[in-house]
Write a protein that binds this ligand. Structure first.
Ligand SMILES: [Fe+2]
Length: 463
């Protein structure tokens, strides 16, 4: 945008799903630049008023010095938007699958349908079912065609868990004997994580500390333990002094109106005051520790993923060493990939992946890594906003993968990717009591970015 004229500005805001008040518009035309406007859209929660603009004009340089992507803020999702998101997912994951040597020579489904004998194809799963004889029937689609694939009950891949909407490679043989060609599956190829060799080079330890689901404002927030953890970070303990980054992966406050009658469980009713309280606790984190804060489903941003960074009125409450991330986000720290995701899809994955449960979430986390997608099956308990880019594809192999949300604590290693379901700082809630779930609160998980060793500091005084 070279010229800040009124009509094109309104159009520009509208096309980004942001409303703007007439007074705010007047100020913008007078004082601001187009780069500032882009930033305002990126950080807004859908409505821009005069006060919001004032804040930018008086303090044009905002604190977040990390480059964060711009999640779409569109509100009227059309069929076309959904299609584009699925195409983006397909295109990103097919690239990963076909780069594996076993998929060399793969063809389109259209070509496969005209072939005889062995073929290799890649497609998104649109249907999975069992036949009455115990075989598995899968329908896969690429951008132009679809085909049915059969996994015979006595073949190895019959035990593979196939999810709708995941993108898979199939090696099998085409049979033209029925009306429509069918592939008999010999092998299913996942995008997966390549085995990686650890850095040989010795490096002084640099620690990344991870916590999640703080729920400040709730009566069950464990403030004393949270304070001892912050105090420990500021102490002269030799491990504490190696911590350079602290990540809060969502649900940092309890919010309000998240579930019916939540007021009864709240100590602080106003979400802004909840954030102010969190900011107050974090003041004691040494300023040379960079703190990253991501939203979750309790936070004051839209629920649908990708969730944007907090709006300025929340960010302004925090010290300059605190930076803000969208959810999900691939954070680059010292050249390493630290993938952070609040973890709403874990509820769905527990339902879909046998062996995964709230106490032992590893299988669900690994199923996500194998499929290179943070929410492989669309829908369920994971609201998503359709956009031209699917931000849930795990394009780069993470060194560390951090999730939260389920209030458990689980550490694992999948083909060299260290992962954690980070601990909460909230005691058992009434709902969890009803569900017979015991959270594992008040644990600080610490990764060494270089050796990838893991330390857990337990601040739970009740265990
Ligand atoms: Fe959550």
């Amino acid at each position: 945008m070279s010229q800040l004229d009124r009509t094109s500005l309104i159009q520009y805001f509208n096309s980004n799903g942001v409303l703007i008040s007439p007074e705010a518009l007047d100020k913008l035309i007078k004082y601001s630049s187009s780069s500032m406007i882009e930033e305002m859209i990126r950080n807004s929660d859908g409505y821009i008023d005069e006060k919001y603009v004032d804040r930018y004009i008086s303090r044009p340089k905002i604190r977040n010095d990390y480059e964060v992507y711009l999640p779409d803020v569109r509100f009227n999702a059309s069929i076309e938007d959904f299609r584009r998101m699925f195409v983006s997912k397909y295109e990103k994951i097919i690239k990963i699958i076909t780069s594996s040597s076993s998929m060399r020579g793969s063809v389109s489904i259209k070509t496969a349908k005209r072939s005889q004998g062995e073929v290799k194809v890649v497609g998104m799963v649109s249907e999975v079912s069992m036949t009455k004889n115990g075989h598995k029937r899968i329908v896969i689609e690429d951008l132009e065609d679809s085909i049915t694939a059969i996994v015979m009950k006595d073949r190895g891949p019959i035990n593979e868990i196939i999810l709708e909407d995941e993108v898979i490679g199939i090696i099998g043989s085409v049979s033209q004997s029925s009306k429509d060609p069918v592939i008999f599956v010999n092998e299913i190829i996942r995008p997966d994580i390549p085995y990686r060799v650890m850095d040989e080079e010795k490096h002084d330890p640099v620690y990344v500390a991870s916590i999640s689901d703080i729920h400040v404002g709730s009566k069950t927030f464990r403030k004393n333990e949270f304070e001892s953890m912050v105090k420990w970070l500021a102490s002269s303990d030799s491990d504490a002094s190696k911590v350079k980054y602290l990540i809060l992966s969502g649900d940092v406050v309890d919010g309000i109106g998240v579930y019916p009658d939540q007021e009864n469980d709240l100590e602080i009713l106003n979400p802004l005051e909840q954030y102010a309280k969190l900011a107050e606790y974090l003041v004691d984190v040494p300023e040379d520790i960079k703190v990253f804060v991501m939203p979750g489903n309790h936070d004051t941003v839209r629920l649908s993923e990708p969730q944007p960074v907090f709006p300025p009125r929340i960010r302004d409450l925090f010290e300059p060493n605190v930076a803000f991330l969208p959810n999900p986000y691939n954070l680059k720290l010292e050249g390493k990939n630290v993938l952070v995701y609040h973890g709403m899809s874990l509820n769905d994955m527990i339902e879909l992946i046998p062996g995964a449960n709230y106490d032992s979430i590893g299988k669900a986390i690994e199923a996500i890594l194998i499929r290179r997608h943070l929410s492989p099956k669309y829908g369920g308990n994971t609201p998503m906003i359709p956009s031209a880019v699917d931000y849930h594809v795990i394009e780069e192999v993470p060194d560390i993968f951090i999730t939260g949300h389920i209030h458990s604590h689980y550490i694992g290693n999948y083909k060299g990717v260290r992962y954690v379901n980070s601990s909460t700082w909230q005691s058992q809630t009434e709902y969890q009591k009803m569900m017979n779930f015991n959270p594992k609160p008040s644990k600080l998980t610490i990764f060494d970015l270089y050796s990838r060793s893991i330390i857990v500091k337990d601040f739970d005084t009740t265990s």
